[in-house]
Design a protein around this ligand. Structure first.
Ligand code: MG
Ligand code: ZN
Length: 187
């Protein structure tokens, strides 16, 4: 079976520009490339799992998200990093687009995207990690059975507690997260 690093997109892998779908302003987060390479070299698949409620809210279509996916894949590929999957939740319970206006099981903190990816990529979730910048990411990872990292960059503001909302690692960047994950593997 494979193991994976599930990556939140906005605020974790790329700087958070709310509801942005313009590929020209997408960059990778600083202090992420070396860490992603380390994790890839350790055999982890790198997979994005992203809430994209802008689809349900009518701000952009799913087609536009494909452009975002291609841009991120390119930014990673120039650094010899392979993105193995790009999963997104287009739903929101208060959405205006009827098709996506549902209370789904894939919007984080629910684990649906991770579970789907695990099936499609033959991933052992217990050997996998979720990295995100808010506790809803941590909860989704924990509910899926993964270990979790919170990138503490001030994007979490509510700190709502819960049994699934306790990250194994708290750090400031993906590079730091990668170092800690590799150390955890050894112990
Ligand atoms: Mg985020
Ligand atoms: Zn969903």
């Amino acid at each position: 079976m494979n193991k994976a690093i599930f990556l939140d997109k906005d605020g974790t892998l790329i700087p958070d520009i709310p509801y942005n779908i313009n590929p020209h302003v997408i960059t990778l987060q600083p202090d992420s490339i070396e860490g992603l390479k380390l994790l890839q070299n350790e055999g982890y698949l790198l997979i994005i799992v992203s809430n994209q409620s802008g689809v349900a809210k009518g701000y952009f279509t799913e087609e536009k998200l494909q452009v975002v996916k291609i841009k991120i894949k390119e930014l990673l590929a120039v650094n010899d990093i392979l993105l193995s999957g790009f999963y997104y939740c287009p739903h929101h319970p208060q959405g205006t687009v009827k098709l996506f206006n549902i209370d789904c099981d894939c919007r984080k903190p629910m684990p649906g995207m991770l579970l789907k990816a695990a099936t499609e990529h033959n991933i052992d979730l217990t050997q996998s990690w979720m990295i995100g910048d808010i506790l809803n990411d941590v909860e989704a990872g924990s509910r899926a059975g993964c270990k979790t990292v919170l990138i503490d960059n001030d994007n979490e503001t509510e700190w709502m507690p819960g049994e699934h909302r306790i990250p194994a690692i708290i750090c400031k960047s993906i590079n730091k997260a990668a170092e800690s994950i590799l150390i955890t593997q050894l112990t």
